[in-house]
Design a protein around this ligand. Structure first.
Ligand SMILES: Cc1ncc(COP(=O)(O)O)c(C=O)c1O
Length: 348
C-alpha cells in the first residue's frame, strides 16, 4: 500500500490526521482535472463545471447519507464551520455550548460571533442557560482524537430547541455517516483527511430549514436571483475546483481498499504499547478510539515532535502533553515499531 502513495519513503508518516495524504492514482485524477481546466478554461469553468460539480456532489452525498442539494462543497471543514456560525446570526452575548476538546481554529471562529462556553463533553447540557443558542461539537476531536457520542448530543440538543453544528473534519471515512439520520442542523466535513481526496475538498451539510440563511464564504455571482443555497456557496470567484471533482475518485479508491478494521486494531494496539512505554494511563476507553489515538506523555514536551523528525524521521504531532498517532491504509506494524524504538531511546 505504501507504494500507492506519494509520501516520502524516508519518513515514517504517522500524522495522516493533520492534512491527510492522497493515493497516487487519485492524485493523478486530480492533476488530469487541472490539465482539462488549463486546456480550455472557459469551456471548463463556464460550461462544464456546474454539471461536473453537481455529479461529484451527488456521489459525495450518497457516500455520507445525504440528499445532494443539502450539501455544498467548501475548501475545508474550517470554512464550513465559519459559514454555519455566520448563518446563526448570533449576538455577542448569545452563548454557544461546546466541549473543551475542540479544534483551536474553530474556537476562534465562534469567539468572533458569541460567548463560547467550553466544558467537558460529559456535562455539556448542565451548562444550558436561557442565552444558549447552539451546541457545537466535534464528531472526532482533534488533539485528543476521541469519537464523541454525537448522535446522542444532537438528539438532546434538538429536544431542547438548540441548534446543532457538528465539526466532522475527521469523521468522513473513519465512520460510516448517515447525515440525514443524524439530523444535525449543520455538519462540516473534510474529504482531504480520511477519504484521502486532494487537499481543499470539504463540504457543509445543512438541513433544509437553514439553507436560506447560509451564505457563501465570499459574496459573488451566486447571489444573483434566483439564488439558492448551492449557487451562493458554489460560485466563489475564479478557482480551481479539481479537488472537488476528484472526490468521486477518492470514494472509489476508499471503497476498493477499505482497511479500517486493521487500522483501528493497530491504532488501539499502538496506544496500549505507547502508554506502557511512557508509563501513562489511556485517556479514554478503546471504544472512543478509531484510526487516531492520543497518548499522554509523562510531561509536556515542546521539542519532541522536532526531535522525532530530525533524529528519526518519524512524523507525529505532539500538542502539550499529548502525542497523536494516526494509522491510515499505508501504515503498518513496522511504522509503530519505528516510533516505539525512537521513544525508547528518547525516554531511556
Ligand atoms: C476537529 C477538527 N476540526 C477542524 C479541523 C480543520 O480542518 P481544515 O484545516 O481542513 O479546515 C481539524 C484539523 O485537523 C480538526 O482536527
Amino acid at each position: 500500500m505504501k507504494d500507492r502513495f506519494l509520501l516520502d519513503p524516508e519518513v515514517t508518516f504517522l500524522n495522516h490526521g493533520s492534512f491527510g495524504a492522497t493515493p497516487r492514482e487519485v492524485f493523478e485524477r486530480y492533476q488530469a482535472w487541472q490539465l482539462e481546466l488549463e486546456r480550455e478554461p472557459v469551456d471548463m469553468i463556464a460550461r462544464r463545471l456546474p454539471g461536473l460539480l453537481a455529479d461529484a456532489r451527488a456521489e459525495l452525498a450518497a457516500f455520507v447519507g445525504a440528499r445532494p442539494d443539502d450539501l455544498t462543497f467548501v475548501e475545508n471543514a474550517t470554512t464550513g464551520v465559519n459559514m454555519a456560525a455566520r448563518a446563526l446570526a448570533l449576538r455577542p452575548d448569545d452563548e454557544v455550548l461546546t466541549t473543551n476538546l475542540e479544534y483551536g481554529a474553530c474556537v476562534f471562529t465562534w469567539q468572533q460571533h458569541c460567548r463560547l462556553v467550553q466544558v467537558p463533553w460529559q456535562e455539556l447540557f448542565d451548562h444550558v442557560t436561557e442565552r444558549t443558542k447552539a451546541v457545537f461539537v466535534s464528531h472526532i476531536t482533534s488533539a485528543t482524537a476521541l469519537v464523541l457520542p454525537v448522535e446522542a448530543i444532537v438528539r438532546e440538543a434538538r429536544s431542547r430547541g438548540l441548534t446543532t453544528v457538528v465539526d466532522g473534519a475527521h469523521a468522513v471515512a473513519q465512520l460510516d455517516l448517515d447525515l440525514d439520520a443524524l439530523g444535525a442542523d449543520f455538519y462540516s466535513g473534510n474529504c482531504h483527511k480520511w477519504l484521502m481526496a486532494p487537499k481543499g475538498a470539504g463540504f457543509l451539510h445543512v438541513r433544509p430549514e437553514w439553507q436560506e440563511r447560509v451564505g457563501g464564504a465570499i459574496v459573488s455571482w451566486g447571489y444573483e436571483e434566483p439564488a439558492t443555497f448551492i449557487s451562493r456557496t458554489s460560485l466563489q470567484g475564479t478557482r480551481d475546483s479539481a479537488a472537488y471533482l476528484t472526490v468521486p475518485a477518492a470514494i472509489e479508491f476508499f471503497r476498493a481498499h477499505d482497511d479500517r478494521e486493521r487500522c483501528i486494531a493497530l491504532a488501539r494496539e499502538a496506544r496500549r504499547e505507547l502508554c506502557a512505554l511512557l508509563g501513562t494511563e489511556p485517556i479514554a476507553p478503546d471504544e472512543m478510539v478509531l484510526q487516531m489515538a492520543s497518548v499522554r506523555l509523562p510531561e509536556p514536551d515542546a521539542t519532541l515532535n522536532r526531535r522525532l523528525f530530525d533524529d528519526y524521521r518519524v512524523e507525529i504531532p505532539v500538542q502539550g502533553d499529548l502525542m497523536r498517532i494516526s494509522i491510515a491504509a499505508y501504515n503498518d506494524r513496522a511504522d509503530v515499531d519505528r516510533l516505539l524504538f525512537a521513544l525508547g531511546e528518547l525516554y531511556a
